[in-house]
Design a protein around this ligand. Sequence first.
Ligand code: 5GP
Length: 190
Amino acid sequence: MKLLEERIRQEGLILSDTVLKVDSFLNHQVDTELALEIGREFGRKFAGEPITKVLTIEASGIQFAMATGIALGVPFVYAKKKKAVTLAEEVYSAPVHSFTRQETYQVSVSRKYIGPGDKVLIVDDFLATGAALVGLVQIVKEAGAELVGVGCVIEKTFQEGRGLLEQLGVRIHSLARIRAMSPGEIHFED
Ligand code: 5GP
């Protein structure tokens, strides 16, 4: 998505070889028109699939899942991050290890909002190590729902996330794919 790549070039701050800061327009302050366009783009990409729910993880996937839900005309659900374990009979949950924070937390979704018969599109802001998305994929499986695919706003292709998801047979569509970066320099995949 050219518009997104241009914006990353203009405003993205590359903090290290692995961390890109985009909080002026994507995940702290949010450019609402860009978020809606991202949702329309995922909607176009997965058009024709009988999606019933969009699933993301709090907090920074929410605006893109909402925009995608609007584009597809379906609800979105966001998984909650909790350290404490909620009653297993009420939620589906999966452990996620955060490499940036060096901690493991539980992500959970109420059993009321995803279930067998749902066709789920997962959406998130970044695909990096893939840990967060693998956790969501596990939740979809546990719920007995069908996973249609994963939409990521920014993928860092030099990290292992795509490989992990592909091993699980997941279809992935990313809107901006970064091959390499270092302070002052960014290279997108062709
Ligand atoms: P994972 O490593 O599980 O693929 O990514 C987990 C989460 O870390 C992403 O959903 C995203 O919120 C955050 N994250 C990963 N890499 C970056 C990055 O380069 N920049 C920012 N701002 N967040 C990131």
